[in-house]
Design a protein around this ligand. Structure first.
Ligand code: SF4
Ligand code: SF4
Length: 369
């Protein structure tokens, strides 16, 4: 790692670290008036915060800009490819409180990194937010490897109603290679699931979610199997599109093609919302979806609604998606990967073109009943 030589008990004096300081997504900083800028076509429904330590993160996920063995100085680290400016936690909490006077902050999310201080600091940071915004819903995006049932209970007592877990990999094999021992990282698939299910029991059905990254080397079948497992366990699955971070081990891995990403979004939606049975999806030997046996009207209506292509994320007080992460998976000027708002009819035309629907339809739709 060799990025920081200052022992952790002296770091607070030399660095701006959590819990006193916090990183905030650029979209959320704009929303709170802490950064200048304008969001195109939407507002930012969730204030996403991230713990900050000089070393970044002690885990070593091969796709992540905060990973331990990523070269460079910590100040250059980025998380999901966008800059996360640093502010005093107290100031951010004050701004959240001011904005939430009328209940207009959809949700606050505090993300942990893998660090020995991260659990205590998460509680501290949640309490700071709570002091200023007594009613705002709070999600804790945890590092499962740090937790046990008693920490899950303490996080709940501190005010979180939702636990997010960065499962990220869609299968045990991909998890091992990108996050676990195969990546010289501390995480294990089994323990992540242990924490996910313990959290589901404690926080309730659909109040726990797994982040799932599309494009880490998994097959369509891995993803589909995971969607059914999550549904069965009453755990929400939130999709992210892999976007290579410069300087990481996976920096040269291409993004998943847009047409695959769109198909995965659509199939996930049909499984979750339209009870698509597993037998309706056929795969080739490499695990790619080859056929979808579903009523054409169901598929057409789903596509036209635009809903499958919206950002997946934790809800606000009304049950609408709060965590819409503008610019989370694309840069300004790039095509949307997930839409932080409901796509309009011209967006749907675009989406159909990106899915290459006719080709896909011939391929996927030949057995449509
Ligand atoms: S645990 Fe999270 S923050 Fe740390 S390296 Fe892995 S993905 Fe990045
Ligand atoms: S979906 Fe958003 S609010 Fe929910 S845990 Fe993930 S990052 Fe946090």
């Amino acid at each position: 790692m060799a990025k920081v030589n200052v022992p952790s008990h002296l770091q607070a004096e030399q660095f701006q670290i959590s819990p006193e300081y916090v990183r905030i997504s650029m979209a959320a900083a704009i929303e709170l008036g802490l950064a200048r800028g304008r969001l195109s076509r939407c507002s930012c429904g969730c204030i996403n915060l991230l713990q900050n330590y000089p070393e970044g993160c002690f885990a070593n996920c091969t796709y992540c800009g905060l990973a331990r063995e990523r070269p460079g100085v910590p100040e250059e680290n980025s998380f999901i490819r966008v800059d996360w400016p640093l502010f005093p936690t107290e100031l951010v909490a004050e701004k959240i409180g001011e904005k939430d006077v009328d209940g207009s902050v959809g949700r606050v999310c505090i993300a942990q990194v893998q660090d020995h201080r991260a659990n205590d600091d998460l509680i501290d940071m949640m309490q700071t937010v709570r002091r200023h915004a007594t009613e705002v819903p709070i999600s804790a995006l945890v590092s499962a490897t740090l937790l046990d049932e008693s920490w899950l209970a303490r996080i709940k007592d501190a005010g979180a109603d939702i636990i997010g877990v960065g499962l990220d990999a869609a299968s045990e094999d991909i998890f091992y290679k990108t996050r676990g021992r195969g990546a010289k990282g501390p995480h294990t698939w089994d323990f992540h699931w242990e924490i996910v299910l313990a959290a589901r029991d404690m926080y309730g059905p659909m109040n726990v979610n797994c982040h799932v990254v599309v494009g880490l080397g998994e097959t369509d079948k891995d993803l589909v199997d995971l969607f059914y497992k999550l549904k069965k366990e009453q755990v929400a699955g939130y999709l992210f599109s892999f976007n290579p971070e410069p300087g990481t081990e996976m920096q040269d891995m291409p993004r998943t093609p847009l047409h695959r990403w769109r198909r995965i979004q659509l199939v996930k939606y049909l499984i979750e919302e339209k009870e698509l049975p597993a037998e309706a999806i056929e795969f080739d030997a490499s695990g790619e979806i080859t056929r979808l046996n579903a009523p054409e009207i169901v598929i057409e209506t789903a596509v036209d609604s635009g809903m499958p292509f919206m950002t997946n994320g934790c809800p606000d007080r009304q049950g609408e998606v709060a965590c819409n992460r503008p610019y989370g998976s694309y840069r300004p000027g790039e095509e949307y990967r997930d839409y932080p708002f409901k796509p309009n009819s011209s967006d749907v035309v675009n989406i159909r073109r990106q899915m290459n629907l006719e080709e896909v339809w011939n391929k996927l739709g030949e057995a449509v009943v």
